[in-house]
Design a protein around this ligand. Structure first.
Ligand code: GDP
Length: 436
């Protein structure tokens, strides 16, 4: 376990050679380390050009340095930034000088972990920082940014506050059964529990919109051998990823590639040709193709426009199916069954195909209103919270109902990382005036 008394440093910019490399420091000794390396501390939050020296007095670099006293910093601690020249030898020498002066290299995620521990952000925001760094498409960026700025945290925190009020009222019913409690407290309690359960339920039944955006949509290309599935994938990606071959059945396993369309990240999966086969390896490929089709968000069901070969049907899961007729360059008459006519060879029809993919993607991810659920960890905890709330509503015993409400609150607390139900309860009760 890392020691949070330590002052840590890490390269905040990438490790590739670049003009500037930003080294970030955080911890109580940040200011003293700046004094040691840069001679003195510049005024807070003002970039200053300084000569950085090691303990022996040798100049290591001339760099912009920033002194960022806490608590208004990313981690909440005293921090500093060194904008070095981005060469490996410079970074290495400054890192060594920092270690010699008493800092240590940070562990993965340690800056954000400190930010969380110091109350600068809740867990959903900390997770969003990682999502933002990983974001490959505009929609992932938007969603992560919104979450990092606290939209999801605020939603869950709001539910926590409501549960806390419910719990306080429930406790009052237990503690003061004979007092003159307003008669409508019990009825109000039931109505509010039902309202909250409905809200959490609606959030959970969002058709995985936010999770789909975050994880990327899964597109499976399905169809009989030789209709041009691999060629279609290559054309979509505009680079050669899949092996294109004249021999039916050459794509034996599923191949995956990432693509950003309309700002949405899509993982396109080329699957083995769907057909009955005696070849054991190919049969395994077919089995996997069917499994991919079943779990895909969107299925491109490809047929050959020249022979009107039937597109595979019936094996798909709940995903949106887009029928595609390939090799239209060989069959001048467009298909009559509503399939999108394309030619993987000439590129004809790909605009319409991309438009159809974007349209389907939007239908699967677009959401209005409150921010959507974004990851399985949140879903699991919120499901448990909703179940506890449902049990609370069905419970006749006042004590057990309070217990379920507390369980529900704890589960939501897990999502935001703001736990300590008892502490908060103490605070609420201090101001609570029923029965006084
Ligand atoms: P898969 O088995 O469905 O993945 O099919 P491939 O992508 O391996 O293609 C099978 C054959 O059809 C190859 O010889 C391709 O060059 C050819 N092919 C694929 N798409 C087209 C197309 O749009 N037009 C023509 N004329 N040939 C194509």
């Amino acid at each position: 376990m890392a020691d949070y008394e330590d002052t840590i440093f890490a390269l905040a910019s990438g490790s590739a050679r670049a003009a500037i490399a930003v080294l970030r420091l955080s911890g109580a000794r940040s200011g003293a380390l700046l004094d040691a390396l840069a001679g003195s501390r510049p005024p807070p939050r003002r970039a200053s050009l300084r000569r950085l020296r090691d303990g022996a007095g040798e100049t290591l670099d001339r760099a912009l340095v920033l002194w960022l006293p806490g608590p208004g910093t990313y981690t909440g601690e005293d921090s500093a930034e060194l904008h070095l020249h981005g060469g490996h030898a410079v970074i290495e020498a400054v890192a060594q000088a920092l270690v010699a002066a008493g800092a240590r290299p940070a562990e993965a995620g340690e800056f954000t972990r400190r930010a969380f521990l110091n109350g600068r952000m809740d867990l959903t925001a900390a997770e969003a920082v990682a999502d933002l760094i990983e974001a490959e498409g505009a929609e992932q960026r938007r969603q992560a940014l919104r979450q990092m700025e606290g939209a999801l945290g605020a939603l869950y925190e709001g539910w926590s506050q409501r549960l806390l009020r419910l719990l306080a009222q429930q406790e009052a019913l237990i503690d003061f059964p004979d007092e003159d409690l307003p008669a409508d407290i019990a009825a109000g309690l039931r109505a509010e529990m039902a309202a909250l359960a409905a809200e959490i339920g609606a959030h959970l039944q969002d058709d995985r919109r936010g999770e789909r955006t975050r994880e990327g949509l899964r597109i499976a290309i399905i169809g009989p051998p030789n209709v041009g599935k691999s060629s279609l994938l290559n054309r979509l990606l505009a680079r050669d990823v899949a092996i294109v071959s004249d021999l039916p059945g050459t794509t034996r396993d599923a191949l995956e590639a990432r693509l950003v369309l309309g700002g949405m990240v899509m993982t396109v999966i080329d699957t083995a040709g769907l057909r009955a086969t005696g070849d054991r390896i190919e049969a395994e490929g077919v089995r996997r193709a069917q499994a991919r089709a079943a779990e895909a968000d969107i299925v491109l069901s490809v047929g050959d426009a020249t022979d009107g070969s039937k597109r595979a049907g019936g094996i798909f899961g709940p995903g949106i199916v887009i029928p595609v007729a390939n090799k239209i360059d060989l069959a001048p008459n467009p298909p009559s069954d509503g399939a999108i006519a394309v030619s993987a060879r000439t590129g004809e029809g790909f605009e319409a195909l991309c438009a159809a993919l974007i349209e389907a993607g939007r239908r699967l991810t677009a959401s209005s209103g409150p921010p959507p659920l974004t990851r399985a960890r949140h879903r699991a905890a919120l499901e448990a919270a909703a179940q506890a709330l449902t049990r609370a509503m069905a419970e006749d015993s006042e004590e057990l109902r309070a217990e379920e409400l507390r369980a529900s609150l704890r589960m939501i607390g897990r999502v935001t990382g703001r736990v300590g139900v008892e502490d908060v309860l103490g605070e609420i009760f201090a101001r609570f005036c029923i029965g006084k």
